[in-house]
Design a protein around this ligand. Sequence first.
Ligand code: HEC
Ligand code: HEC
Ligand code: HEC
Ligand code: HEC
Ligand code: HEC
Ligand code: HEC
Ligand code: HEC
Ligand code: HEC
Length: 478
Amino acid sequence: MTDSRMFRAISFGSVFLLLPVFSACLDQDSVYGDDRPEGTDPPAAANGMIGYANVETGQTVCGNCHAQPQAMWSGTKHSHAWETLQASGHAQELCEGCHTVSQLGNAATDPSGYTSTGSDRFEDVQCESCHGAGSEHLIDPTATQPTPSIAVLAADGTYLNCAQCHNGTHHPFVEQWSLSRHATVVDFAASDPECAGCHRGQGTLLEWGVRADYEEKFSEEPLPVVCSVCHSAHDATFAGQLRFPVTTTSITLHLCARCHNRRSVPDANSSHGLEPHSPESELLKGAAGWFPPGADFAPGTIITAHGSDVNQTLCARCHVEPFEVTDEVTGDFSFLAVGHTFQAIPCLDENGIPNGETDCEVSQTARSWNGCTGGPCHGNTEGPMLLLYNKVENQIRPAAEELLALLLIVDPGLGEEGGEIDANNPTFTVAEGAYFNYHLAYHGGDYKGSATHNPRLIPALLEASIDAVEDEYGVSLP
Ligand code: HEC
Ligand code: HEC
Ligand code: HEC
Ligand code: HEC
Ligand code: HEC
Ligand code: HEC
Ligand code: HEC
Ligand code: HEC
């Protein structure tokens, strides 16, 4: 399609009465492209799917007008999913729906596109795989648009959109994601504009400058952190089509750090200011916590390998680590864990598959430690397990319990109004700083995360806090 036709489509389309005339004179030939597959319009059986204008060059009909999405999409793996399937040597009919334009991934329910026609114009995961059938849009682009939906789970558990293809034992993204906390919504946070940028999928996309329309954009129902929050549908600039990179040690650039960075230091002006709120990014960089006046270390100076250039992908290295599960008896492949429970040391079921639980024991069999090994990291899985166990049980837990006991002497009400620790009183006290550090160590109701995110800073902050409380209030434990 030429630029002048595009111009006509836009200007004529806004005049309602001219619409029938406009659609009648739209030159279908040039929209479909001069090299139409088999020299025909799409078969009626395609259920409104249009597919390629040119199978050889990978030019979609949609892309004849939408040049930028076409150029971006052609750089994604979706654009050669058919070739991947054929090259695997295992291609068979049951594979085809997910490697072509079909009823999977969009609103269609009846066999469509490749599934109903077998035509090569529907090979690969093209525009309509996600946007749905486009033939009506083509007749009059201004009247209806194939707006994509980005929800992945229906209320009854049915898989939607991306999830209709990204599932199964070889790529169980939606199964794993639905076990993660990214699949849940904290309702009161999702409905508060101050929190929506991280706690409501629509709010995050707005904050990140995604202006395109999608079905749920103006819905009252909050989306959790769905696939399309982290992944771009078209843009392969960053590995894995992520919206921001994970291949960086900078916490201003890193994808995960864009949300996991709410409050890492005490805020005397907030009613919750004495407890950390997703402090992980700054903790990795040694900058989280209250640094007591007498401490002999400064913010940003205590950084371990976990938060340094040794660990090239920061959070993703530990929390998004794929590993293969094999059948204990036969040794055959049974499941590819794709790291989408986002747990660093996931609890496993009896078959060795992550089950989404968080409170299983710290042992070699109850959890996977694959996130700790490989490359410049730990040489085996036993070492990091023992390091973590010893760090928590022999160092951090005893220090945290001692600090808490001291704070209970200073302020028996712990945080109740009028005491030494009172978030509603803007005067910041030593006890309040120490209380913050206690919660930083115990973040998430456990010590394992903080002990791993910065195994040297947490013990140092606890020791310095104990000293500061003893000095300031003249208290000590028997
Ligand atoms: C004949 C040219 C043409 C073709 C072919 C075409 N479109 Fe469009 N499309 C347009 C125009 C023009 C608009 C803007 C209409 C408006 O704003 O009223 C549009 C709008 C859209 C929008 C909404 C854009 C937004 O910012 O939200 C989407 C999504 C879209 N098209 C997807 C597709 C898909 C998918 C296909 C292939 C099935 C396709 N288009 C084929 C011309 C075309
Ligand atoms: C019709 C099935 C289908 C739908 C719908 C679909 N995908 Fe895919 N996706 C695939 C297949 C098949 C591949 C592998 C292609 C290959 O390797 O050749 C893939 C690959 C990917 C990759 C890997 C990219 C890389 O560089 O490693 C990402 C990320 C991805 N899809 C995300 C998404 C997201 C997000 C959605 C929803 C907005 C989605 N997909 C919808 C089938 C689909
Ligand atoms: C339920 C949808 C679905 C079905 C059915 C399906 N695939 Fe895929 N396939 C995908 C998705 C999604 C990816 C991308 C996974 C990723 O990037 O991690 C993919 C990736 C691949 C890849 C490249 C990555 C890899 O695992 O090596 C090959 C090869 C492949 N599929 C072959 C097959 C074969 C052969 C079959 C049939 C036996 C098949 N697929 C059936 C969805 C499917
Ligand atoms: C994997 C699913 C998927 C595929 C494949 C895909 N899209 Fe999209 N598209 C989306 C989603 C989801 C959005 C909403 C914005 C976002 O998530 O970035 C979107 C947005 C758009 C928009 C509005 C963009 C804007 O910048 O305003 C257009 C136009 C569009 N797509 C056209 C296309 C065309 C043309 C193709 C094929 C060349 C294509 N899409 C392939 C899922 C997809
Ligand atoms: C919280 C952010 C986040 C969410 C939500 C998320 N992903 Fe991912 N995804 C990642 C990261 C990080 C990677 C790793 C990329 C890398 O290492 O290059 C990844 C990798 C992938 C890959 C590529 C794996 C490969 O072969 O390289 C696919 C496919 C994928 N995700 C699909 C999905 C799907 C489908 C969903 C929704 C069910 C989803 N993701 C939800 C962050 C996310
Ligand atoms: C769009 C914002 C956003 C992004 C990006 C994001 N997260 Fe999250 N994450 C959240 C929110 C919000 C929660 C809590 C959700 C809830 O409890 O309802 C959460 C929860 C988690 C949890 C569970 C915490 C617990 O206490 O069990 C882990 C682990 C996690 N995220 C890791 C990651 C990793 C790793 C990345 C990058 C690959 C990432 N997140 C990217 C917002 C985000
Ligand atoms: C900058 C991003 C960001 C903002 C803004 C944000 N949060 Fe969070 N919040 C997170 C992340 C990430 C987590 C999960 C990780 C963690 O707890 O360390 C979380 C966790 C939570 C949790 C615990 C969830 C659970 O399942 O236990 C609650 C409750 C919460 N936030 C409420 C709020 C409220 C209320 C606001 C607004 C006043 C808010 N958040 C603003 C990022 C944010
Ligand atoms: C060196 C590995 C490693 C790195 C790097 C890492 N984590 Fe963790 N993280 C862990 C471990 C181990 C746990 C404890 C898991 C458990 O209790 O099951 C954890 C726990 C968490 C939790 C749960 C709450 C808590 O703090 O206890 C969140 C949220 C989290 N990490 C997010 C992140 C984010 C975001 C990043 C990057 C800024 C990151 N992590 C970097 C290993 C790591």
